[in-house]
Design a protein. Structure first.
Length: 108
């Protein structure tokens, strides 16, 4: 796949899903602690979300990081907007903001 094709797939995943996590591994089998923690938070919230495994193709991570201007994974997008990585999502959750953002995304 070319970088342009990968970018198109990334943009489609973001556009087609209210919540999308680009992570190492899958929802059922995360392959790093940061991805596992982020997935766990969204499972606790209980709203549908999609996980895209960036390990499926090494080029995905490069194209994704160039698109979001964020070097690490996981990367969380809610309603088409980049939210951040694990640390930001955990902080938002601790402050009660993550639930509000998620609920607003589903009620809009």
């Amino acid at each position: 796949m070319t970088d342009e094709m990968i970018l198109a797939d990334i943009k489609k995943a973001i556009a087609d899903n209210t919540i999308v996590l680009f992570a190492k591994g899958t929802k059922e089998a995360p392959r790093c602690g940061f991805s596992a923690r982020t997935i766990q938070l969204f499972q606790e919230i209980g709203r549908p979300f999609v996980v895209v495994d960036i390990l499926a193709d090494p080029a995905i991570r490069q194209v994704l990081s160039a698109h979001s201007n964020w070097p690490t994974v996981p990367q969380v997008f809610i309603k088409g907007q980049f939210v951040g990585g694990c640390d930001i999502v955990v902080e938002m959750h601790q402050e009660g903001e993550l639930q509000k953002v998620v609920e607003a995304a589903f009620s809009a």
